[in-house]
Design a protein around this ligand. Structure first.
Ligand SMILES: Nc1ncnc2c1ncn2[C@@H]1O[C@H](COP(=O)(O)OP(=O)(O)OP(=O)(O)O)[C@@H](O)[C@H]1O
Ligand SMILES: [Mg+2]
Length: 236
C-alpha cells in the first residue's frame, strides 16, 4: 500500500533523510519511532509531498507518487494529521470538517456526506457541542479530535498521524487510543503513526520502524520490540 524506497531528502543543504525504506501494508497500523529530531516528521512530509525528495521512490496504492503534488496524493487517499494539528483558526469546527470532506476523490452524494459526518460525531461527540466555534480557540485535545475527524472525512486509504497524543490530557489520550483501535479493527485503511511512547506503540501497532539520525535502524513486529533497542534509540 505504501512503499518507501531509499528516500533521501534535504532541508536546504542539510541531508535529513538517508536511504529511508519501509512498507506499510493495507489495513496495517505501523508506528514510526525514534528520539526528537531523528526525522520522523520529515518522513511524513516526504510521503505527503510537502517536502520533495532528492532521490528514491514512493509507491502508494500501486502507483509511483514520488513526483505528484500534495493535493493529488491527498485525492488518491492520503490523509495527514500533522504534529501541530494545523486547524484553520478562523474557520469554525464545522467548516474545518467540511474541508476534509471536500478532499474526497469524487463528489459524493448528500447521503454519503451525512453518514460520514455522523460517523465523526459518533467517534468524537465533543465536536457536536462546538461546531460553530472557531478552530483557533479550541483546546489541544479538541483540536486533535477535529484534526482526526477532518482526516477521516476525506475517506483515506492511508492515515498519517504525527504524535497525536503529544501535549494532550490523559483522558483524551485514552479516547484517541480507543478510536485508533477501532480504526485498526475495521481495517478500512492503513495507519502510519508517529509516537515516541513505547506503551502506545506496542498496544496499537502491528509493525514498528525505528529511526536514528535520519535513517531506519530497526523494523519489525511490535511484539518483538526489545529492551535493548528501546535503550539505544527511544525515550522511555
Ligand atoms: N524546515 C526545516 N528547515 C531546516 N531543518 C529542519 C526543518 N524542519 C526540521 N528540520 C531538521 O530536520 C531534522 C529532523 O526533524 P524532524 O522534525 O523530522 O524530527 P522528528 O523526528 O519529527 O522530531 P520530533 O520528535 O521532535 O518531532 C532535525 O534536525 C530538524 O532540526
Ligand atoms: Mg516530529
Amino acid at each position: 500500500m505504501l512503499e518507501l524506497n531509499n528516500i533521501n531528502a534535504y532541508y536546504g543543504e542539510s541531508h535529513i533523510l538517508r536511504n529511508v525504506s519501509f512498507t506499510v501494508e493495507p489495513g496495517e497500523v505501523a508506528c514510526l519511532m525514534g528520539r526528537n529530531g531523528v526525522g520522523k516528521t520529515t518522513t511524513l512530509k516526504a510521503i505527503t509531498g510537502l517536502l520533495a525528495v532528492r532521490s528514491g521512490k514512493i509507491m502508494f496504492d500501486g502507483s509511483d507518487v514520488t513526483k505528484l503534488s500534495t493535493d493529488r496524493r491527498a485525492r488518491r487517499g492520503l490523509a495527514y494529521v500533522p504534529q501541530g494539528r494545523e486547524i484553520i483558526p478562523h474557520l469554525t469546527v464545522r467548516e474545518n470538517l467540511q474541508l476534509g470532506f471536500w478532499a474526497r476523490p469524487a463528489t459524493a452524494g448528500s447521503a454519503v456526506e451525512k453518514d460520514a459526518f455522523d460517523e465523526v460525531y459518533q467517534l468524537f461527540p465533543k465536536l457536536t457541542q462546538i461546531l460553530d466555534r472557531p478552530g483557533g480557540v479550541l483546546s489541544g485535545g479538541e483540536q486533535q479530535q477535529l484534526a482526526i475527524g477532518r482526516a477521516l472525512l476525506s475517506n483515506p486509504k492511508l492515515l498519517l498521524l504525527d504524535e497525536p497524543t503529544e501535549g494532550i490530557q490523559p483522558s483524551i489520550v485514552d479516547h484517541i487510543e480507543d478510536v485508533i483501535i477501532r480504526f485498526k479493527n475495521s481495517r478500512r485503511f492503513a495507519i502510519l503513526l508517529v509516537e515516541q511512547g513505547l506503551h502506545f506503540a506496542a498496544r496499537l501497532a502491528e509493525k514498528y520502524v525505528v529511526m536514528a539520525k535520519g535513517a531506519v535502524v530497526a523494523a519489525g513486529k511490535s511484539d518483538e520490540l526489545n529492551a535493548e533497542m528501546v535503550r539505544q534509540h527511544l525515550t522511555v
